[in-house]
Design a protein around this ligand. Structure first.
Ligand code: DX5
Ligand code: ZN
Length: 219
C-alpha cells in the first residue's frame, strides 16, 4: 500500500447516483472516499449526514474518510460509527471537548482525525497529536468545493510534520481543498501524504484525472 493516498471527495460527485459513483471510484484504484458532512451551521452549506453514509456502506469497500464540518461533532460520533465510517475527522474549532471527542471516536473502533481551518494555528491541536490517526489541514475555507488552494497552508503542513517527527508519532497528514495536479506537488513537498480532491477529479475523465494526480506524486 502506498504512503501516498488520493481521497476523492464525493461532494463533487453525482448525488443522484452515489452507488454508481462509488463503483467508478473503486475502478480507478483509489483506496479512500472522502465524505464531506456539512451541517449548515459550522459551515454555511448543508451536504449529507450519517444516514447517507449508511446507505453507501454496503456498496463500497473503500475507506470512508468522513470529514465532519459540524458544530459539536461529539454528538454525532456514534451515528457515524453505526453508519460504517472508517475515519471520522473533527474540527478543533467546532467543539469544546476535542480530547474527549477524539477518545470517543477511537472507543467506537473508528480511526480519529483532527482538522483545522486555514486561519487556525497548529498549536490548537498539538495537545492531541498523540491520539489521532490523521491530521487534516484545510487548504481552503471549508463549506464548498471548487475553491482555490491557499499556498500559505504549506507552512502549517511542515509544522505538523516537524511536530510528528519530534514526538515520534506516525499519523497521516491529509490536505483538503483546491488540490489539482500542480498544488498536490507543493502539498506533498510540505509533508502531506493524503490528498483530498473533488472538483479536479470529477470534472471530465475520472480515471485520467486520478492517473494524473498519481503521476504528479511520482507514485
Ligand atoms: C470543502 C471540503 C473539501 C472539498 C474539496 O469544505 O472539505 O473536501 O470537497 O473540493 P475541491 O477539491 O473541489 O476543492
Ligand atoms: Zn473535506
Amino acid at each position: 500500500m502506498s504512503h501516498y493516498k488520493i481521497a476523492p471527495s464525493i461532494l463533487a460527485a453525482d448525488y443522484a447516483n452515489f452507488e454508481a459513483e462509488l463503483k467508478r471510484l473503486e475502478a480507478t484504484g483509489v483506496e479512500y472516499v472522502h465524505i464531506d458532512i456539512m451541517d449548515g451551521h459550522f459551515v454555511p452549506n448543508i451536504s449529507f449526514g450519517a444516514d447517507v453514509v449508511a446507505a453507501m456502506r454496503p456498496h463500497s469497500k473503500l475507506v470512508f474518510d468522513c470529514h465532519l464540518m459540524v458544530s459539536n461533532p461529539e454528538q454525532h460520533i456514534e451515528n457515524f460509527a453505526r453508519a460504517g465510517a472508517d475515519i471520522v475527522t473533527i474540527h478543533a474549532e467546532a467543539t469544546q471537548h476535542l480530547h474527549g471527542a477524539l477518545q470517543k471516536i477511537r472507543s467506537t473502533g473508528m480511526k480519529a482525525g483532527a482538522v483545522i481551518n486555514p486561519g487556525t494555528p497548529v498549536v490548537l491541536i498539538e495537545p492531541v497529536l498523540h491520539m489521532v490517526d490523521q491530521v487534516l489541514l484545510m487548504t481552503v475555507n471549508p463549506g464548498f468545493g471548487g475553491q482555490a488552494y491557499l499556498p500559505e497552508v504549506a507552512e502549517k503542513i511542515a509544522e505538523v510534520a516537524r511536530l510528528r517527527e519530534k514526538k515520534g508519532l506516525s499519523f497521516d497528514i491529509e490536505v483538503d481543498g483546491g488540490i489539482d495536479n500542480k498544488t498536490i506537488v507543493s502539498a506533498k513537498e510540505a509533508g502531506a501524504n493524503v490528498f483530498v480532491a473533488g472538483s479536479y477529479l470529477f470534472k471530465g475523465d475520472l480515471q485520467a484525472n486520478v492517473t494524473t494526480l498519481k503521476a504528479a506524486l511520482h507514485d
